[in-house]
Design a protein around this ligand. Structure first.
Ligand code: C2E
Ligand code: CA
Ligand code: CA
Length: 729
């Protein structure tokens, strides 16, 4: 294998794999994915919305708590200012604030109180940004009254659960800013139903309760904001004062308008989700339809509108992999509509395509559920059929063919069927083996190779693929690959089969016959190579080679003083299309220096079917140049009496068929005798080929046959042996 071929094969394999992958991808196109994505995005959006809502509400609540906190701090400041004068005055001043409070001394004893104490004295904390606290303090107190602020304002942080935080020993203003993210100490009010404390002591706002959100599994989320009704959330805030603590009741009021933003967001969300849902549904349906269309296109044949080759491979391979099909015999077949192109030419391409559709329908109608048929290329159909026995398979194919031949009243169509059988395989225990390794493409190729052997036949026929065909194909490859090299290396050798005069037993001539002496493949007879060369056109090279070698040998023998006789060379019909054939032969013989009358040209009977006029011209020219021309294989195949009429030939070679086998002796002899007589009347010499027995020789001598070329005298022999038979003149 050359590098180029190997590279091309690699490329083809790569392309095949790529296509398979593409098909798999197209088949698996996840049209439902957009829907899943939509659901996922909905969930994500819902979570984000919930987080945003909680954050917005928390922010609102915290903001209000901040204000309350600052009020309490202000009370602490008032208390500190006034208590410097007198405690009574301080308590008095605090009462004006009109909110319940109590002051504890350093020992934790209540120094005074106002209003009902409903605090639950278990401190907790809100995570409220003290950055805001600090800022507000700076503006409101610190800048106006530095001293008072320094002394009086104290914020007590609760560091429970926040071990890193040190209790500040100096409540200086600038420290406040530093202690960000600390908690305000808050005591819950016993009336408080909106703020809850969990086991860890953390507080959280019960949003649902606060805003009147009702949630039930049955109804989903139902936002029900009770407009106008403000919710009061009471709690207690503590601040340090001189020699103790001031704890004052605070409350925040949540109004309906606080929830408006949440409502807007929720409405927008619902709209977006609904629009998204509609888009997702449209997209989903579109994708689904597209996927079906792609699948259909991928597996539909454009001509027959039925299944195509891709579908055949896909379904066939799937079928072969199934356990339940393992013990069945399958046949992969190629149905070829013979001379489809001719039919299209005589009618029309449309008419031809209509017939192709009918053929597809007919084949499919003969198949079972698990059997496949697809239109392949041009007029070929791939078929996968189950069968029990060879007889059953033959009957089924024949019944399809019988119907196919008469699909049209006006015509009788012909088909070539190639069959590759994929029989069930069994393991040692007798269990059927799954045929994973089956390569349907290869099997179909085998079927095509089998049907290609019927190419010369115009009638309906069936051919089975077998190992002989593989061998033939291999041999064909070997010959084609080696032909030029063999020619260059002179591996083709010329054998000579002598022709004798039956009356005198004198050597009168010889025929040059080729042999291939291959160093790799041994001695190869012409029957194994000539038909190949005739098909691939290499025969013209061979003809040249033989003519040159014969002329060269004749010249050498003449020079050696042998008495040379004419040697005939076979010239293939393929060669006769060349208008200057006579000149080519003349020049080749002249180039070797051999006399032209020592080289004779043999034409096979089949050559006479070609362009008669051109043939006559060439023959005439050859004769003019001094070459004798003989008609080979006279009497084989079709009668060539008519050719004899027009062709000015010199020699008539009676085909070996006349002398072979058990024919009716008398009748055969009459025909041969008359043929010789005919030749004589036409001024032609006669040569009888394939003569093996003495009686035939005697008979031919009696009838006046000029020469005998047959095993009776000699087989084709190598040059040296032939030389030994020649006489020195
Ligand atoms: P052909 O030209 O008809 O050659 C005669 C064939 O009959 C030879 O087979 C020869 O060996 C065989 N033959 C001769 N006498 C007898 C006999 O008494 N009994 C039997 N059984 N056979 C006999 P070969 O050499 O195998 O050649 C076969 C064919 O191959 C030739 O048939 C010819 O058509 C073709 N061929 C051979 N050499 C050449 C060549 O150099 N050029 C071309 N174009 N064709 C060639
Ligand atoms: Ca011949
Ligand atoms: Ca012959």
């Amino acid at each position: 294998m050359t590098d180029k071929v190997a590279a091309a094969q690699k490329h083809a394999e790569k392309a095949r794999k790529k296509n398979e992958k593409l098909i798999r991808k197209l088949r698996k196109n996840r049209w439902w994915l957009s829907f899943v994505m939509y659901i996922f995005i909905c969930i994500l959006a819902t979570v984000l919305l919930a987080v945003a809502a909680v954050w917005m509400i928390t922010y609102t609540v915290e903001d209000k708590i901040q204000n309350e906190y600052q009020n309490v701090v202000r009370m602490g400041r008032i208390y500190d200012e006034k208590s410097a004068v007198s405690d009574t005055e301080a308590f008095q001043a605090l009462r004006y604030e009109e909110r319940p409070f109590y002051v504890l001394d350093a020992a934790g004893q209540t120094k005074c109180s106002y209003g009902r104490n409903t605090s639950i004295e278990e401190s907790g904390y809100f995570m409220i940004s003290t950055y805001q606290i600090g800022e507000d303090f700076d503006e409101e107190y610190h800048e106006e009254d530095d001293e008072a602020y320094d002394e009086d304002i104290s914020v007590q942080f609760d560091d429970s659960g926040n071990e890193d935080v040190e209790e500040p020993d100096d409540y200086a203003d600038d420290k406040l800013v530093e202690y960000e993210d600390k908690s305000i100490v808050v005591y819950l009010d016993s009336d408080n139903e909106y703020i809850r404390q969990n086991e860890k002591g953390e507080f959280s706002v019960d949003i649902a309760k606060l805003f009147g959100f009702n949630f039930s599994l049955k109804d989903g989320v139902n936002v029900n904001i009770e407009t106008g009704e403000a919710k009061v959330v009471p709690f207690w805030i503590q601040t340090d004062v001189r020699d103790g603590k001031l704890v004052a009741k605070s409350s925040i009021v949540i109004e309906a308008r606080d929830t408006l933003i949440v409502l807007v967001v929720v409405v927008i969300y619902v709209i977006v989700i609904l629009v998204g849902f509609v888009i997702a549904i449209i997209n989903f349906i579109g994708n689904f339809k597209n996927h079906s269309r792609v699948n259909k296109l991928l597996f539909t044949d454009m001509t027959t509108n039925s299944h195509n080759w891709m579908w055949f491979l896909y379904q066939g391979n799937a079928l072969m992999r199934k356990w339940r099909n393992a013990d069945k015999n399958y046949a992969v077949m190629d149905f070829d509509f013979v001379k489809f192109r001719n039919f299209c030419m005589a009618h029309s391409v449309q008419e031809g395509e209509r017939v192709l559709c009918t053929v597809d329908d007919v084949i499919c109608s003969h198949l079972d559920k698990k059997e496949l048929c697809s239109h392949n290329s041009s007029a070929h159909y791939a078929v996968l059929m189950k069968y029990d026995s060879d007889e059953n398979l033959n009957n089924r194919i024949n019944s399809i063919l019988r119907e196919l031949e008469h699909i049209d009243d006006k015509h009788v169509f012909a088909y070539h069927v190639g069959v590759d059988k994929l029989n069930a395989r069994y393991d040692e225990e007798g269990k059927p083996v799954k045929r994973r390794d089956i390569d349907l493409e290869k099997a179909y190729n085998n079927a095509c190779a089998a049907s290609a052997t019927l190419a010369d036949n115009d009638d309906t026929a069936i051919a089975f693929f077998d190992e002989k065909l593989v061998e033939e194909q291999r041999w064909l490859d070997i010959v084609q690959e080696n032909q030029q090299k063999a020619l260059d290396n002179e591996e083709f050798v010329v054998y000579y089969q002598p022709k004798y005069d039956p009356r005198t037993n004198e050597l009168k001539g010889a025929e040059a016959l080729i042999r291939w002496q291959s160093p790799e493949y041994g001695f190869v007879t012409p029957g194994r190579i000539i038909p190949i060369f005739e098909k691939n056109g290499f025969i013209t090279e061979i003809d040249h080679y033989m003519i040159s070698h014969v002329a060269r040998d004749q010249k050498a023998w003449l020079d050696k003083g042998f008495k040379c006789v004419p040697i005939s060379v076979n010239v293939s019909r393929a060669h006769f299309v060349e208008s200057d054939l006579a000149e080519q032969i003349r020049d080749m013989v002249d180039a070797e220096g051999a006399p032209r009358n020592l080289v004779e040209i043999e034409l096979t009977e089949s050559a006479f079917f070609d362009d008669k006029k051109a043939l006559i011209t060439t023959i005439k020219k050859m004769k003019e140049y001094g070459f004798a021309v003989s008609m080979d294989d006279f009497g084989a195949g079709y009668s060539s009496l008519n050719s004899l009429k027009d062709m000015p030939l010199d020699v008539l070679k009676l085909d070996a068929d006349f002398f072979r086998g058990e024919t009716d002796g008398d009748r055969g002899e009459i025909v041969v005798a008359e043929a010789i007589r005919l030749a004589q009347k036409l001024n032609m010499h006669t040569v009888a080929e394939g003569v093996e027995v003495k009686e035939q020789v005697d008979f031919l001598a009696e009838q006046g046959c000029d020469m005998i070329q047959g095993y009776y005298y000699a087989k084709p022999i190598p040059k040296e042996e032939y030389e030994a038979r020649m006489q020195v003149s």
